[in-house]
Design a protein around this ligand. Structure first.
Ligand code: INI
Length: 154
């Protein structure tokens, strides 16, 4: 039998930091609310969840980096929303945000869940923020829970 190691979805005693951007705030706040709700329903205490807000997705990597370096969180959840229709800079903002967050995870050793919506339209973003196609905030929270527990076993 192979040895199988899996992260459980339990959060009691674990600390989570959420970095959320204000740009497209109505959508991002739906991701934040859903992520917090998912964490609490999996045993995370209110006092162990910190939400930090920054201007836009471009700023998320720096905030995530600070949170990861603080050692005050077992995992960080990055939440934001970049909509192509809003800007010709879409590729720069979305690309650098994703690259920057990936770099923090790789270099800090702290799990960073990527819950940044990148869509062509506002409708697509709304659909992924609870309207029709699930909620990316929940997905990111579940990923963070699993990764925290997995890291504890490796
Ligand atoms: N920031 C976002 O989070 N989403 C966007 O869709 C967006 N658009 O469309 O431009 C956006 N731009 C702001 C950017 O993240 C920075 O806050 C800004 O450039 C200042 O550094």
């Amino acid at each position: 039998m192979p040895t199988s190691i899996n992260g459980q979805l339990t959060g009691a005693g674990k600390r989570f930091a959420i970095a959320a951007s204000r740009f497209n705030g109505a959508i991002v706040e739906q991701l934040v609310a859903a992520a917090v709700d998912a964490l609490i329903r999996h045993g995370v205490a209110d006092k162990d969840i910190t939400v930090v807000r920054c201007p836009g997705a471009w700023e998320l990597p720096l905030v995530v980096q600070k949170l990861a370096a603080s050692k005050k969180a077992d995992a960080v959840i990055a939440l934001g929303c970049v909509i192509r229709g809003d800007t010709p800079h879409f590729d720069y903002v979305a690309g650098e945000c994703a690259k920057g967050i990936a770099a923090v995870q790789a270099h800090s050793g702290i799990p960073v869940a990527f819950g940044v919506l990148t869509t062509d339209t506002t409708e697509q973003a709304q659909a992924r923020a609870g309207l029709k196609a699930g909620n990316k905030g929940v997905d990111a929270a579940m990923t963070a829970l699993e990764m925290v527990n997995l890291m504890g076993q490796l």
